[in-house]
Design a protein around this ligand. Structure first.
Ligand code: NAD
Length: 497
């Protein structure tokens, strides 16, 4: 019998959905392995969660920021203590390799320790008034109830990127995790419960995007929405938030590019391509889905890359030697396979992979062989659209200018990497690439929490998460002036006017 989780947490209490309905979550590497049944929250649950968050807001606003941050510190310590168990469970629920699951939890730990200091800093500015005996400063003000919606590919890290700054800023929260990974998200909420976070400050509703997610965005009392997910859903949320005048920050898809110049260290560039394209089975918003290689080294790079990729051990994320794990669910597997078909029909040449793995140990999982195309051109859908699976493709380039044009040649702009030892190429790339994250001689994946994270163009709407700007998503600036002159002083006017 599968375990049934009352996975909705409202005003400090765990409960089932008002409808009583549940949904099942299974292991991507073995669909017979049921993680559990989770509560399928709907509008009624979401409205109750937002009401609880709204009621808790004033008390949380009045709680000193260092105290708010202290809850995050204690959750960070718990994440550290439970890291191995969480990683093992994540490998079962989300499917990626154990070492990546450990890194996912580690990112949450790092971010907790990074953000906690913000509770004591939260600096504004002081400035001079043009008038005598008048003092001016800025302070951050929490936006109110924040609705957080996350994808499944980083079940701990991405929720922490939103939860920690929202709570430290003074927002109360309603969090809806992805329907494929409610178990790990629940564990994070349980930690906040264990460290004694006041009731109503953090509420949690599991369920589907079209139900619970829509209800969270639509609720007029959700003042800020922070969303990480697909462009398609992000666009809908952006439109709604625009109409409802809500703060909205979006971290969406991308079509990231690795550029390999003739003077690159080829060993490193091959490993960077393989790791960037196939880590998390290509299911990272920063995954290397295009590789632009200079013609003078193209054949050599391709040969070495294929040798590396064809030797990859495909298997369940829970097995220690697995390099390429299962993809998240059957729907996503079908979507990836359909993109592989589109690539072939568009005229790209399939070099390896291109099919699912269904025999023996793969029979009950969502496995796709690592897939590499060549002769990708900018007009092809596989060049422009995010596939979010273990698929990458080569484009041959003749110069740095062409490489930059190829890299910039999609509507997305999250991560781009260049391998070169030439200082001029390096700085020209830094200047001209239209990506929010740029790497020189490092893979397109591997963000660190102390840097702002986010993309240009259709990857987002200008906001950044993490880094020194992490509080911006969840705060307004308030300009405060204190006049102690005992007079009515009029700005921009002479004293006698
Ligand atoms: P998704 O857009 O299908 O779902 C993301 C979340 O939104 C889920 O919690 C889902 O339930 C919810 N949702 C779905 N429809 C909704 C709606 N109409 N209203 C409100 N909420 C709704 O994306 P996914 O498949 O979970 O994740 C993959 C996508 O996320 C990829 O496009 C990937 O690039 C992107 N992603 C981006 C970043 C980044 O930082 N830029 C990071 C990770 C993933």
């Amino acid at each position: 019998m599968a375990e049934e989780f009352a996975s909705i947490f409202i005003d400090g209490e765990w409960r089932q959905a008002a409808s009583g309905e549940m949904f099942v979550v299974t292991n991507p590497a073995n669909r017979d392995d049921v993680i559990g049944l989770f509560s399928r929250g709907g509008t009624q649950d979401m409205d109750a969660a937002v009401a609880a968050a709204k009621a808790a807001y004033k008390g949380w606003l009045r709680t000193p920021a260092p105290q708010r941050a202290d809850y995050v510190l204690r959750v960070g310590i718990m994440l550290e203590q439970q890291k191995e168990q969480l990683a093992q469970d994540m490998a079962r629920e989300m499917g990626k390799t154990l070492k990546e699951c450990r890194a996912d939890v580690q990112e949450g730990i790092d971010f907790a320790f990074f953000m906690v200091g913000e509770g004591r800093r939260m600096y504004g500015v002081t400035t001079r008034s043009e008038l005598p005996q008048k003092f001016s400063m800025t302070v951050r003000h929490p936006i109110g109830v924040a609705g957080l919606i996350t994808p499944w590919n980083f079940p701990i890290a991405i929720p922490t990127w939103k939860l920690f700054p929202a709570l430290i800023a003074g927002c109360t929260v309603v969090f809806k995790p992805a329907e494929d990974t409610p178990w790990l998200a629940m564990r994070l909420i349980q930690m906040f419960e264990q460290v004694g976070l006041p009731k109503g400050v953090l509420n949690f509703v599991t369920g589907f995007g079209e139900e619970a997610g829509v209800a969270l965005v639509d609720n007029p009392d959700t003042r800020a929405v922070s969303f990480t997910g697909s462009l398609e859903v992000g666009r809908q949320i952006n439109e709604k938030c625009g109409r409802l005048m809500k703060r909205c920050s979006l971290e969406l898809g991308s079509k990231n590019c690795l550029i390999v110049m003739p003077d690159a260290d080829l060993d490193l560039a091959v490993e960077a391509g393989a790791w960037g394209a196939f880590a998390t089975s290509g299911q990272r918003c920063t995954a290397t889905s295009r590789i632009a290689v200079h013609g003078s080294i193209f054949e050599e790079y391709q040969e070495r890359f294929l040798a590396r990729v064809e030797g990859m051990k495909v298997g369940p994320g829970t097995a220690p030697d697995t390099e390429l794990a299962a993809v998240i669910n059957v729907k996503q597997k079908e979507r990836i396979l359909s993109y592989i078909g589109i690539g072939q029909s568009e005229g790209a040449k399939l070099l390896t992979g291109g099919h699912e793995l269904t025999d023996g140990e793969y029979a009950k999982g969502n496995f796709i062989a690592p897939t590499v195309f060549r002769d990708m051109t900018p007009d092809m859908r596989i060049f422009k659209e995010e596939i979010f699976g273990p698929v990458t493709g080569f484009v041959e380039i003749g110069s740095l200018d062409e490489a930059i044009e190829i890299a910039n040649g999609t509507d997305y702009g999250l991560s781009c990497s260049i391998y070169t030892r030439d200082i001029t190429n390096t700085f020209r790339a830094i200047e001209e690439l239209e990506f929010g994250v740029v790497y020189i001689n490092a893979p397109t994946i591997g963000a660190e929490v102390q840097l702002p994270f986010g993309g240009m163009k259709n990857t987002g709407n200008g906001h950044r998460e993490a880094g020194p700007v992490a509080l911006d998503e969840f705060t307004e600036w308030k300009s405060v002036s204190v006049d102690y002159s005992g007079k009515i002083q009029k700005a921009q006017m002479a004293p006698d006017e």
